[in-house]
Design a protein around this ligand. Sequence first.
Ligand code: CA
Ligand code: CA
Ligand code: CA
Ligand code: CA
Length: 319
Amino acid sequence: MKLRNAYLLIAGLIILGSCRNDDDAIGEIVPPRLLSEVTVEDDAEIIEFLKTHFYNDDEFETPPEGFDFKIRFDTIAGDNSSRQSLFDSPNLITQTITVDSENLGRPDDDEIVDQTLYTLVVRQGVADGKPTIGDFCILRYEGLLLDGTLFDASVNQPIRFNLSSVVQGFGNGMKNFQTGNGPIENGDGTVSYDGYGIGAIFMPAALAYFDSSPNTIVPTYSPLIFKVDAFTYEPDSDFDGDGIPSILEDLNGNGNLTDDNTDEELEAFTVFLPNFNDTDDDGDGILTIDEIELDDDGNFVGFLDTDGDGTPDHLDNDL
Ligand SMILES: [Ca+2]
Ligand SMILES: [Ca+2]
Ligand SMILES: [Ca+2]
Ligand SMILES: [Ca+2]
């Protein structure tokens, strides 16, 4: 699995030409592209795909015997001319997510651009609740380019993802899915799930790999599709074990845990640890778990504000 954190992108990275066009000279350096420009292009490509394709909704509505509950996309044409497009499907959810070029390793571009994320929920899961980007989720996935090329997939067994260690569009798409029941032991060492959420997430490059590539198949600046099966999730996951459910460490509530780093200045010459991955969020030498309120079982109860200045103790390093 090569999904990666956007915050790991290196500023000023020079991308060698991927030679997708015949007139690209070998070794030619492709200048970095602007977030604003890529956004418009990607959204147009995704909408084009959504308007010209349909999925096997008939099979999901009346499952034929032996149906594998996999989504299949096809072009609206010929015998399929009357099929409802993905774009017109009542199962398509759109979300707006604001992306700062700084988080793509481009602070000098100084751009803040809204992205549209499209999630097709083909079947909702039977379990209550939906994962957040602050949770671990057990799932299965396939990553595709818009032309249908498979570039990545989980194989065989379900995989467990921290939804903030994967590309931003993935975690934010997963939060639209109710999950299912399981794990159910199959008796041969494998497990399965039933009643889980099924769908696909369509994301612009700015919510995926932007100017980098997870492998040689994915060109830079590619919009992507992930087909997903949302098996189950772990509510109130705590990625750094500091006692705070990770979703509560998205301080600016923007669907991105990687851009909240309270002690960023202190970490300027060391390791940059966003709060969801930092056990001492304010860098005052006192662990966060010792600056919050927990019950006798160690479960999160709430924040403390000892000096009453409106900043909770774990984010207040002059306390
Ligand atoms: Ca955030
Ligand atoms: Ca930090
Ligand atoms: Ca933390
Ligand atoms: Ca602290």
